[in-house]
Design a binder for this molecule. Sequence first.
Ligand SMILES: [Zn+2]
Length: 284
Amino acid sequence: MRMKPLRDAPAAAALVAAAVLVPSCRAPAPADSASADLAASATTIDLAHGAWIDLTHAFNESSIYWPTASGFRLDTVAWGRTDAGYFYAAFDYAAAEHGGTHLDAPAHFAEGRHSADRIPLERLIGPAVVIDVSARASADYQVSVSDIEAWEAEHGRIPDGAILLLRTGWGGRYGDRAAYLGTEQTGPDAVPLLHFPGLHPETARWLVGNRAIAAVGIDTPSIDYGQSSTFESHVILYSENVPGFENVANLDALPPTGSIVFALPMKIEGGSGAPLRIVAWRRR
Ligand SMILES: [Zn+2]
């Protein structure tokens, strides 16, 4: 990534040329003008003509964690005026890796694959492809190959190095545990009661076999739908070192193409996942 110094250019024309495609990916010439436009728009940031979108839910005591995981804790160490006269605040926090807006490292479901600290940055930063199934997604919906094909018929082939974001509409339910997860219960008995949309394993298999995506994100608690007990889409993607982003927020603010995602997790050495700050830049 190369940034032209602001003092050498009018502020309105400050450009960031972002080479965000995964270097190891095949880079075929775009087959048609739609994909050429997609590739071009997705790799250049003009800071004067765009906006940043925060795709992260704030972490707090209501953050959604898996029913068997402990939630987010923030304990006050200090808050207030000190004897020396200055204000001072500090907190201890604790949480499971897999809760709130978070990364699933491939090592979460595939032994020997990338842990949180070893995921190449090229897989965490890239052009976004947003596939919106919110109009038809039910609580047991699984994104199908035909959903992908319908998107490509309209917007062109998913480019190599793309970060595939699945918008099911569940993100808007995040504050309501029963509506978002299908149950308010916690503990092992709650797991069979989970209902939310996900990515069908057949689609995960098609994606790793036919497209060179960098990562997959979704606005639900899990890449696999709530009723999954075998987590096949996790296994299929993570075995190929494709990481996942879960509980992604505000996908309704992104266009189908033309935005760039920056998904930077806490760098937990050996971690199977991590809290994630994910943002996107989009053209205005
Ligand atoms: Zn996870």
